[in-house]
Design a binder for this molecule. Structure first.
Ligand SMILES: NC(=O)c1ccc[n+]([C@@H]2O[C@H](COP(=O)([O-])OP(=O)(O)OC[C@H]3O[C@@H](n4cnc5c(N)ncnc54)[C@H](O)[C@@H]3O)[C@@H](O)[C@H]2O)c1
Length: 363
């Protein structure tokens, strides 16, 4: 195979953006489009379908990009994988972990590439943070703190589509729509916590059913702690990601990464110094980052190269269950007003979500 014949399922806002990005990428040809709304694909000269099964069975594609509403990701991915197609699925890979598990279970033929659109993983600043953590340069992690409150959304945004911000149509709020990238990067860089305790506001600032504010506390295996704060109601918002380790502290804010590096590990200094008020001497390092990476285009090219040349995926879809687990756990903890242990009980979350759907006025 020298080029990938791609079908896009879901040609709304993001599907249309992907269509444009893909025009400039060699060795991928968009041969088919699918949307339940035929006005979305009327412009296209190639094969058009109103049902993902028809596209999958058409023989016109080797791979699909799924950019439908969240709930529809699961069945489209399963059907494509079970019929021998490579799959690139938008974030979040599903609405809840049980659906994600079904998708992962359908990926039995490992020759098929199953990727997720976690485009922020292509950003050198996050790659650098991950490197500094994984290489041991930052030392053992003691604390993480991501305040990401610059996801402001107006009421007009929520009113723009009837499915938005409803339990039945979207399946969640800021954790499911805006934060999957942040939650993915958090777990990608620092790993998964063991416990999550959170406080959530459901429609606290907007006339919506789902969460628009989250304050979450995380506990890790090595006793490190984490805080994740988000909302769609703050303006101006903050986006500050801190990771404190034994060898110093990383701070990412305003697109700039700063490393305050301790000359000796904090615990070692504490035990060996005779100074009462001293702290480890530090080096102040601005880490140069000159671009935001290739983003969506980078993931498209990587997906193509994985199919054609077997290069490793930047974001295997299997890893998408972790950000989903974090988001689901934060929501479940906030709803039950209790600490939730990970791995998350998928049935408990699905049951809770179903109760929310049943009580929804937007049925
Ligand atoms: N990676 C990113 O940067 C990014 C940014 C925005 C949105 N997204 C994701 O992209 C996906 C789509 O979001 P959007 O903002 O484009 O939504 P949208 O409502 O604009 O578009 C969704 C499209 O899917 C179609 N559709 C719905 N159900 C379908 C089905 N069963 N089969 C075929 N078509 C179907 C709708 O008619 C619509 O055209 C979501 O998963 C969202 O989280 C990702």
């Amino acid at each position: 195979m020298t080029k990938v014949r791609l079908g896009i399922i879901g040609m709304g806002g993001m599907g249309t953006e992907h269509f444009k990005f893909l025009q400039n990428i060699e060795h991928i040809e968009i041969t088919a489009l699918c949307d339940v709304d035929d006005t979305r694909i009327a412009f296209f000269q190639g094969k058009k379908f109103d049902d993902h099964h028809k596209l999958i069975m058409s023989g016109a594609v080797d791979a699909v990009l799924i950019a439908t509403l969240h709930y529809a990701h699961t069945q489209a991915a399963i059907d494509a994988l079970q019929n021998g197609l490579h799959v690139l699925v938008e974030k979040p890979i599903a609405v809840h972990v049980n659906d994600a598990k079904k998708m992962i279970a359908a990926h039995t033929d490992k020759k098929l590439k199953f990727a997720a659109m976690f485009n922020l993983r292509t950003n050198p600043v996050f790659q650098k943070m991950k490197h500094l953590v994984v290489s041991g340069e930052l030392g053992e992690i003691r604390r993480t703190n991501w305040i990401v409150t610059n996801w402001f959304r107006s009421y007009a945004y929520y009113a723009s589509s009837s499915w938005r911000a409803t339990w039945k149509g979207e399946g969640g709020g800021v954790l499911l729509n805006q934060c999957p990238h942040n939650l993915d990067l958090l777990q990608w860089i620092t790993g998964m916590p063991q416990k999550v305790t959170s406080f959530i506001g459901l429609g606290k600032y907007h006339d919506i059913e789902v969460e628009d504010e989250v304050n979450a506390f995380m506990e890790y295996e090595n006793d490190a702690t984490g805080v994740f704060i988000t909302t769609t109601a703050e303006a101006p918002g903050t986006n500050r990601f801190e990771i404190a380790g034994e060898r110093g502290k990383l701070v990412l804010e305003h697109g700039k990464l700063h490393f305050t590096r301790n000359e000796v590990e904090t615990a070692h200094f504490s035990k060996t110094t005779d100074l009462c008020f001293g702290a480890p001497p530090v080096w102040e390092i601005d880490i140069p980052v000159n671009s935001t990476g290739e983003q969506h285009t980078g993931i498209h090219k990587n997906f193509r190269d994985a199919i054609l040349h077997d290069v490793p995926l930047i974001a295997p879809a299997e890893e998408g269950i972790k950000s989903l687990e974090l988001g689901n756990a934060m929501l479940l903890s906030g709803l039950r007003k209790k600490t939730v242990e990970l791995p998350l009980d998928g049935d408990a979350y699905a049951h809770q979500l179903q109760k929310l759907i049943d009580s929804s006025l937007n049925t």
